[in-house]
Ligand binder design. Structure first.
Ligand SMILES: Nc1ncnc2c1ncn2[C@@H]1O[C@H](COP(=O)(O)OP(=O)(O)OP(=O)(O)O)[C@@H](O)[C@H]1O
Ligand SMILES: CCCC(=O)O
Length: 358
């Protein structure tokens, strides 16, 4: 009889914590715990939210009759650690220290490993993270920015990008390591990655001013004008950072980060909304085109995923510009919870050895 592993997965986002229980690959419970702004904004730093989120998770599991002692492992979404290779990592003391300190910055996913570790420790079971946002498999040639002081960084939706790439490979009857794909994750942030035989060899830094603009991020900018703005005396560093991340993109042009709101504006005849929304699709298509060049045109599929991939018009704008490259596969939403469980399962089943974060 096959052994059944029960896994708790934890995916902290800026306004919610998603949790799920899987028996092997089978979902037993899945829920999104929403954290209203008035509750979450009380905390100064991301790490200050730890106790609050942990209590909400434990209360919810208890209300759902989940017996924690039956768990085999806890898997959290990994955060802004030092750059690492993709895969499943054991949560270690040095990882916890870096997540707490926010070595590469503050991000809700920094809490994933910390929460997983704390819950697992009480139960004497392993804690893992899988494909954190800092997965860095970029080719050396991709790191050169044009200004030696500023190396390009790999920060993107690694967990979902790799999960959907594996799913596409399985549907093609191949393994992830056998294919080349371009994945565009279309969420609150947008990342477009060139996956070559199981490695993401180039991708835009989705957190910090590279690639297409997104619902709440500015993406790549005309840098000379940006430098002038920075020294105009009108803005603080914090103001500029917010314009790049949080209050850029659709928020800056249209006052909302909700793609569905924008669709409604367009249906009501708002021409500015139509132009800006199409521009976002145009920039995604352009980024896909550059990834096709990175992969020397050998592309098995272009994959569109994330929340905005639910919008057929947005998908059509992109497909019309990129379908000459390869087939376009659309996986709306994200596969992150199952991807976390699968990462843990690969280690528990001995198919993969958990990596160590140095
Ligand atoms: N049917 C739809 N039409 C247009 N936009 C949509 C639709 N459904 C969801 N979205 C948009 O998708 C975006 C959120 O996507 P997603 O849930 O993948 O992002 P997130 O998890 O909040 O952030 P990220 O993916 O960057 O971590 C929002 O702008 C949301 O309004
Ligand atoms: C860049 C990775 C995740 C996010 O959009 O916040």
């Amino acid at each position: 009889m096959t052994e059944v592993y029960r896994i708790l997965t934890i995916n902290p986002g800026s306004t919610s914590t998603k949790i799920a229980i899987f028996d092997n690959e089978k979902p037993v419970m899945e829920t999104t715990l929403r954290h209203p702004a008035e509750e979450i904004n009380k905390f100064d730093k991301i790490f200050d939210q730890y106790e609050f989120r942990k209590n909400v998770i434990l209360e919810t599991l208890s209300e759902n009759g989940i017996n924690l002692t039956k768990l085999s492992a806890v898997v959290g979404r990994g955060g802004l650690l030092k750059p690492i290779q993709g895969g499943t990592y054991s949560v270690s003391d040095s990882m916890i220290a870096d997540l707490k300190a926010g070595v590469l910055g503050e991000h809700a996913s920094n809490l994933g490993g910390i929460l997983a570790s704390e819950i697992a420790k009480q139960l004497n079971i392993p804690a893992f993270i899988v494909d954190p946002v800092v997965v860095d498999e970029m080719d050396e040639v991709a790191r050169i920015s044009g200004m030696p002081e500023l190396a390009r960084k790999s920060i993107f939706h690694a967990l979902n990008q790799k999960a959907v790439a594996r799913r596409a490979a399985a549907e093609m009857g191949k393994s992830y390591e056998d294919i080349n794909v371009i994945v565009a994750h279309l969420g609150g942030g947008i990342s477009v990655g060139a996956h070559k035989n199981g490695r993401v060899i180039d991708v835009n830094n989705a957190l910090d001013g590279e690639g297409p603009f997104s619902p709440e991020r500015a993406g790549g900018l005309p840098v000379g004008d940006l430098a002038k703005m920075c020294f105009s005396g009108k803005y603080t560093l914090d103001d500029i950072k917010k314009k790049i991340k949080g209050q850029g993109g659709l928020v800056a042009y249209l006052g909302t980060n909700d793609g569905r709101e924008v669709v409604k504006m367009i249906e009501e005849g708002n021409e500015k909304a139509a132009l800006v929304y199409e521009a976002m699709a145009y920039q995604v298509a352009k980024e896909i085109g550059s990834c096709a060049a990175v992969l020397k045109g050998k592309v098995d599929a272009v994959i569109l995923t994330g929340g905005i991939a639910y919008d057929k018009q947005f998908v059509k704008w992109i497909s019309d510009r990129v379908s000459f490259i390869s087939q376009v596969i659309v996986y709306p939403g994200e596969d992150e919870m199952i991807a976390l469980a699968e990462g843990g399962l690969r280690v528990l089943r001995g198919e993969e050895t958990a990596r160590i974060y140095e």
